[in-house]
Ligand binder design. Structure first.
Ligand code: FES
Ligand code: FES
Length: 185
């Protein structure tokens, strides 16, 4: 049984220190603005809304999946200011002024991100439910200071669970892209 684990390099947005928050909240609504996949959005929503629900329910970006909704599976992984986070653990209003990237923002059908192409090539998924989160973690991982081995990749990806058990092929896909990026740390 996989342990509950969020790797060191994967943090919740609440960890960001000394961040000025401009969200204005009354008893029932928080109004804030953030950039999602290059487009600015202003939302006035319940301040308890998670970033995951804001993306899916208010911006209709349903590529980001809800698995456990408790920070355990990584299906909801997105990037906030370039860092991978579990969006189910972030309040959307706390992302005021931030830059968010979701799976819809990293590639297109006609122009896949190299990792998306590698997942296809290496058969890195089965049902696909975890795949968006796996890809968002993997994209961030390319610029993180992790070691070169398969075990290093497994550790760095250990916050992303796959109930189909496609782990070995996911590692192969990631390593195939890392091998083409000599500048990766
Ligand atoms: S849905 Fe966020 S970690 Fe599982
Ligand atoms: S491919 Fe099915 S959960 Fe990962």
């Amino acid at each position: 049984m996989p342990q509950r684990h969020i790797p060191q390099s994967k943090t919740t947005h609440a960890d960001t220190p000394n961040k000025t928050r401009r969200a204005k909240a009354d008893e029932s609504t928080a109004t804030f603005t953030f950039t999602v996949n290059g487009s600015s959005h202003t939302l006035s929503i319940d301040p308890r809304t998670t970033l995951l629900d804001a993306l899916r329910e208010h911006l209709h970006l349903t590529g980001t999946k809800k698995g456990c909704d408790h920070g355990q599976c990584g299906a909801c992984t997105v990037h906030v200011n370039g860092r991978r986070v579990n969006s189910c653990l972030c309040f959307a209003a706390a992302c005021d002024g931030d830059t968010i990237t979701t799976i819809e923002g990293i590639g297109e059908v006609e122009a896949l991100h190299p990792l998306q192409a590698a997942f296809v090539e290496c058969d890195g998924y089965q049902c696909g439910y975890c795949t968006a989160g796996q890809l968002m973690s993997a994209v961030a991982l390319l610029d993180e200071p992790i070691g070169p081995s398969d075990n290093d990749v497994r550790e760095a990806m250990s916050g992303n669970l796959c109930r189909c058990g496609a782990y070995q092929n996911i590692v192969s896909a990631i390593q195939s892209v890392r091998a083409t990026k000599p500048s990766s740390k």
